[in-house]
Ligand binder design. Structure first.
Ligand SMILES: [Zn+2]
Length: 161
């Protein structure tokens, strides 16, 4: 396959999330709350979709001009893109590179599929246990329903916290 020479501009300081399955970058930016982050901080966020890679036919890539995103926060990416890698860059140099890991617990970024769950009626932030990584299966902390596959619906994270 011909590699088309299209790249996203380099960032001097920030985070590169690479090896995202094609088409998942928007969902990841939603779950990480990158819209809110950009609004609050003015940081540059670049989202690339359908880039060509040697190992995957197509992939997405996200660059965020912000080093404040912790490993813990970024592990949420593993729910959607288990093979994603995170590279931290400071002053143009790579300072850390690691794979995301599926967390044991997930916060208020997922919706409980049980319509009667307290999280769907009151201002209670969602809290879920990861009971299985493959296939990804979550259990609601409040109503204890277990769910996986298309029942896992992500909400938009609206703040950095
Ligand atoms: Zn629930």
């Amino acid at each position: 396959m011909n590699q088309r020479p299209i790249t996203i501009a380099k960032i001097e300081t920030g985070i590169v999330i690479d090896h995202i399955p094609a088409g998942k970058a928007y969902l990841i930016s939603q779950v990480l709350g990158l819209n809110a982050l950009a609004r609050d901080t003015g940081d540059i966020i670049a989202i690339g979709i359908n880039f060509e890679s040697p190992s995957m036919t197509k992939k997405d890539i996200i660059k965020v001009e912000n080093l404040g995103l912790t490993r813990e926060v970024l592990n949420v990416v593993a729910l959607i893109a288990p093979m994603a890698t995170v590279t931290r860059i400071a002053s143009g140099r790579v300072i850390e590179k690691h794979k995301v890991e599926v967390p044991t617990q997930v916060g208020d970024v997922v919706l409980c599929p049980d319509a009667f769950c307290v999280t769907n009626h009151e201002e209670v932030p969602g809290k879920f246990l990861v009971v299985e990584k493959e296939p990804l299966t979550l259990k609601c902390h409040y109503c204890e329903i277990e769910f996986f596959g298309p029942l896992i619906k992500y909400k938009e994270k609206l703040s950095k916290a």
